[in-house]
Ligand binder design. Structure first.
Ligand SMILES: C[S@@+](CC[C@H](N)C(=O)[O-])C[C@H]1O[C@@H](n2cnc3c(N)ncnc32)[C@H](O)[C@@H]1O
Length: 270
């Protein structure tokens, strides 16, 4: 029997004096949520991060104020506390504030810290999830995050711990035997790979480095744990990358013949 879906109003009201902490996804504007698109078209001001692509910002309402709050690209760094306080200030001015962050705001995105400051300041806010780059990169590269025969978990980890006194327990992650999806791990990859190998991961463990995933500049390097750091150096990568480590990476080769993707099939074809 045909189900009738009632098409109601799907978006909450973007009220003046509130902040929407919103995920912009990994870069491809086609991967924005409808709520994020609605926010882009109804905000008074958009405070955005370096990882928010220009292709996404192109969907903003004409005349909206765009304020950059990024932390890379040679531009002066905004301090996290300053960004959070700026959100409070703008909301108190009665603006509809869109805080736009790459991927998902609560996945390695410091959205939690901003939400705490807003809470303490008594500013009403909403959180709009976005597609996190780690999972988007895998999927678009043709690497299933899970299959029933390869893994029962997938670990998202940062290669750049915020607190040097509490580094990630790479030995425990290696022993888990589950695939690792690493954010912000480019600079520390050599050290991470050595620790993983010292704790049981084989030198031949498949690795995929997915650079600027889902954007027109996307690149992928397929390699193995022992050579991953040197291959990345040789490829001269200095833009955001997700590094996947584990047997799931090999599935890409099996899917490649029929997979329609804008991604290059291998680094050599770039
Ligand atoms: C501060 S974290 C932000 C993560 C974001 N909140 C998310 O959910 O994707 C920045 C890291 O995300 C990863 N990243 C973000 N966008 C990416 C993309 N399009 N391709 C590859 N890696 C990306 C990189 O590892 C980068 O160093």
């Amino acid at each position: 029997m045909k189900q009738t879906v009632k098409k109601g109003k799907i978006h909450p009201e973007f009220e003046p004096g509130t902040v929407w902490l919103t995920g912009a996804g990994p870069g491809d504007p086609g991967l924005l949520t409808l709520h994020a698109l609605h926010a882009l078209q109804h905000a008074d001001i958009i405070v955005y991060d370096a990882l928010v692509s220009e292709d996404v910002l192109a969907f903003a309402r004409d005349g909206v104020t765009l304020e950059y709050a990024g932390k890379r690209g040679g531009r002066p760094s905004a301090k996290q506390t300053d960004i959070s306080l700026r959100l409070v200030e703008l909301a108190r001015e009665g603006k509809r504030v869109l805080r736009l962050k790459g991927g998902d705001p609560f996945v390695f995105g410091r959205g939690g810290e901003e939400a705490l400051v807003l809470t303490e300041a008594g500013i009403p806010f909403r959180v709009i999830p976005g597609i996190t780059s780690g999972l988007a990169a895998l999927t678009m590269a043709g690497i299933p995050a899970t299959t029933r025969t390869t893994n029962h978990a997938v670990i998202l980890a940062t290669g750049h711990p915020a607190d040097a006194d509490h580094p990630a327990d790479w030995a425990a992650l290696a022993r888990s035997g589950q695939p690792l999806v690493l954010y912000m791990a480019r600079r520390n990859l050599a050290q991470i790979a050595n620790t993983l190998m010292a704790n049981g991961l084989g030198a031949e463990t498949p690795v995929a480095v997915m650079v600027e995933a889902t954007t027109p500049r996307a690149r992928i390097i397929e390699t193995h744990l022992a050579e991953a750091a040197s291959d990345m150096t040789a490829a001269d990568i200095d833009t955001p990358a997700i590094i996947a480590i584990g047997s799931i990476v090999s599935l890409r080769a099996q899917l490649a013949p029929q997979l329609q993707t804008n991604w290059p099939a291998t680094e050599s074809e770039i």
